[in-house]
Design a protein around this ligand. Sequence first.
Ligand code: DMJ
Length: 582
Amino acid sequence: MEEPGFRQRKKAAPGSANGHESGGEAKPGPAFPKVYVLLAVVVVLALYNFLTLVKNPLSQFLGAPTRHLPGVRTNYVPTFTADEAKREAVVEAFKHAWHAYEKDAMGDDEYHPISHTGSNLTEAGGIGYTVVDSIDTMIIMGLEEEYQRARTWVADKLSFERDGNFNTFETTIRVLGGLLAAYHLSGQDPVFLEKAHELGSRILPVFETESGLPLSLINLALREGVPDSDANGYISTAEASTIQLEFRYLAYLTDEDTFWEKAETVMAVLKAAAMPHGLASIFLDPKSGRFRASPIRLGSRGDSYYEYLLKQYLQTDQTELVYREMYDTAMTGIHDHLVKRGLSSQLLYIAELNPEQSQGGNIGWRLTPKQDHLVCFLGGSLMLGATTSGALVDNVSIPPQIDELTDQGKRDWLTGVELIDTCMATHDTQTGLAPEIAHFRMAGDGVDDSVAPADWYIKGARPDAPPPFDARYILRPETVESIFIAFRLTGDPKYRDLGWAIFQAIEKHCRIPTGGYASVINVDQVPVEYDDKMETFLMSETLKYLYLLFADSSVLPLNEYVFNTEAHPLPVFKPTMRTGFS
Ligand code: DMJ
């Protein structure tokens, strides 16, 4: 019986039958006429088909896949060779971005391509935000000259002796992650590990809190953790739980267990603080180690908590089961409470829950049909989780076969495929770029039908009013990140087509002729208006994932690398120290 919602695969001839055929053709002796060979093949095939029908597991045993998962086309052979022309177009885009930055603002943390200026995160000077975030992309793209200049800057100019408050999470994912990936990909150039070790050591004081949860900010020169007064001293869940891949790999490389222990303690605190269904509010109190009453969402301040549950499990070669359990629980919670469908289009999206205090003082949860662009990382992540945490076999086929996945794996795969479709649907704008935030229609939402489309819309966007913040595209990578993973796991060329469409929209609307790329203020306005900023994740993530989408699939295989949340690839390893908690 075919499972509902799954397509029947075209029958492939079993490998053994093919073997017999070629064997028969090689030596067709007169004592064994061709007609008998043909007859035997027909009988074997008929028997095989019959057995497949009556006893599906036999097909698994024979190694003949029976059914494809939805989202996977059946009439093509996956090709994993590079699309050289498109790959080189992405390299050209990277050079256009990097050379402009290098000319106007080399060494500064951030770049403003319209005014041709750079700026730093604090008045104390820069910490290599853009340079370090970009180095591994240069190595991956084979940009030797650019890489050598960036490496020289790191060796000679990069300093963490900065008396200013830097965001713990951002510094970790961009700078520490960038240094660690550069160390690995450069063939272990010691300059990168020395800098990574120095930076990691300077960040360590943030963990000196009552709970072990980190403080949001670090004064790198004073080596002092600083609470974020803007957030009442609370830390975002994503910020606390998205430093682990980096500190764990640093511990592995340096043999200094402290780095590991601090990162792992955070995860133990989060597990103990558990909210129902594995879901997590977006703020934590570093004093008590408890969640604050705050929204539950897969967008800003929540996203990479879920991403790193899976990636910690993958980083140590699927040996730390605690992360798999936490991940599986969370994915079920997401399906039970956050996965929703748009009113008319039935587009699948991930909603948010906002806490509301009733008169009796109880907390209730109100559903908001809002999806940040950031949530689009989840499509690819779910597909990756389905083929690892949700797999029944060690090496899942490309594309996966139904019998290779657990029920949860099948569910997550389907949701991942659909979520990528939804994220692509949010690119249906005047520019072909997706907005920062999309709202989905709900029954009785009171939205004026003459203003908002029937499926999704940008809240507050009106022809006669200034564009809302939600209407921006700031060069974010999440959709192409998911598309890259989906391509690697399916080989379906449709994903290359989708990625190319996004790349072309970026080229058309974000590229500044004099150099660099800028964010656009309204994805539904042509010609666009720019915001004078080129986010560092354009070069570290968006262009890297696009490059990898069009590269030969042997480049950074997903079973050998985990990408940190800033797209810095870190190798999978087996830990040499005791790890894990329960
Ligand atoms: C990046 O810095 C990281 O991917 C982070 O986890 C979320 N946001 C940006 C890119 O959008």
